[in-house]
Design a protein around this ligand. Structure first.
Ligand SMILES: [Zn+2]
Length: 382
């Protein structure tokens, strides 16, 4: 089957026709004109997905194959690649959840193609209330290389990144070992000092996880870990742009400071993609999902119980609030996270896997998806 897409490249704005055959890009031709406001880009890569559509990567399933639904549901939102994110838990449970993921990929070829890595968030984070967020305090601990190495082996190479706090003694040595093993180290859920953040960056940490969240609600004016991470030229940063985790003006400032090093994650929990209503959640107990997509504790609308949006909704938040132009908003959810792991990755190359998106910007600035391809196959838009 052969497919052809025509639009402006989100990389350089030039009109191109991309022909796809047998799951790969067959040719890329410059064309004179393309439909107005129609853009071609790579599919989205979401490196922080706890769950989606009622399914939870952090729960042991009686039917592992059911988890494959997450890949299918995310594909319909343009997410052609994602990292299931396993958060702080007992070492044994983390092992079991990793092995569940490995098994899922062996049983479900589509999930194997969509799940391009595992993100371990914790348990080596801050034990402090505030920075720790909703992670279980009883399982938070100092970095332990032996433990982590066992998880790397159990994942059969699927662990691609870890979020940790460098406030623990021995963090630098641990970070160096991760980097040596090809694992991206991201700073998050941290109460680290300025010096500890500098040392972590020296040891090879390259990213900040959901910058501006997983923090104290009240913080010393300076020095503090937010300034330290903003000031570091070596740290890229992810943000949750669901409209609830960060106010627009904070994203505006982060974007000025981090420029092309700023990117989106959904950090979606299992209830993302579900109808509004009251639910019983694994973390947070009784929670409410509003029609606007805010997920909060049932008895306290001011306390968020995780993100209930997918990355496409994050892109639309940026566009509606004029925080980014369309090509950049799409890059923040696609090529920038890919570049963290493969700096020379070029989505528009002959022979490249055809995970592509065709999108139109509407007069109200929001995004209308015209077509998605995963491995060259059109995904139905329902
Ligand atoms: Zn987090």
């Amino acid at each position: 089957m052969e497919t052809s897409l025509i639009g402006k490249s989100i990389l350089d704005g030039r009109p191109v026709e991309i022909r796809v055959s047998n799951a790969k890009i067959k040719s890329i031709l410059s064309v004179e004109t393309s439909p107005e406001n129609v853009w071609i880009g790579p599919g989205f890569t979401d490196i922080q997905v706890n769950g989606y559509g009622g399914l939870d990567y952090n729960a042991i399933q009686s039917d592992i194959l059911a988890l494959g639904q997450i890949s299918k549901k995310l594909l319909r939102c343009g997410v052609t690649s994602h990292f299931p994110t396993i958060i702080t838990n007992s070492p044994g449970n983390i092992s079991n959840l990793i092995q569940q993921m490995v098994q899922l990929r062996k049983m479900d070829p589509l999930a194997a193609s969509c799940i391009s890595g595992i993100h371990i968030e914790g348990p080596f984070i801050s034990p402090e209330d505030g920075p720790r967020g909703a992670h279980f305090k009883e399982f938070v601990q100092a970095p332990n290389w032996e433990m982590f190495q066992k998880w790397i082996e159990e994942s059969e190479g699927l662990i691609r990144m870890i979020t940790l706090s460098p406030e623990w003694e021995g963090s630098s040595g641990f970070i160096e070992k991760c980097v040596h093993s090809g694992i991206l180290v991201s700073i998050g859920h941290t109460n680290a000092s300025h010096l500890q953040i500098i040392e972590a960056v020296k040891a090879g940490a390259r990213l900040s996880t959901h910058l501006g969240n997983g923090m104290h609600s009240v913080l010393a004016r300076h020095p503090n870990y937010l300034w330290s991470q903003l000031a570091s030229e070596s740290l890229s940063a992810t943000i949750i742009a669901d409209g609830f985790h960060l106010p627009a003006e904070v994203i505006h400032v982060f974007k000025k400071v981090k420029a092309e090093k700023l990117m989106l994650v959904s950090d979606s929990v299992a209830l993302a993609g579900m109808p509004p209503g009251n639910y019983e959640a694994a973390v947070g107990g009784k929670v409410t999902l509003t029609p606007e997509g805010k997920l909060h504790l049932f008895d306290n609308p001011n306390t968020l119980a995780g993100s209930a949006m997918n990355i496409l909704q994050g892109i639309n938040f940026l566009l509606r609030n004029k925080l980014a132009e369309l090509p950049e908003a799409l890059q923040m959810a696609s090529i920038r996270p890919q570049w963290l792991f493969e700096p020379t990755f070029d989505p528009f190359q002959i022979g490249q896997k055809a995970d592509l998106i065709l999108a139109e910007q509407l007069p109200d600035h929001s995004l209308k998806i015209l077509n998605f391809l995963k491995n060259g196959v059109e995904i139905p838009l329902d």
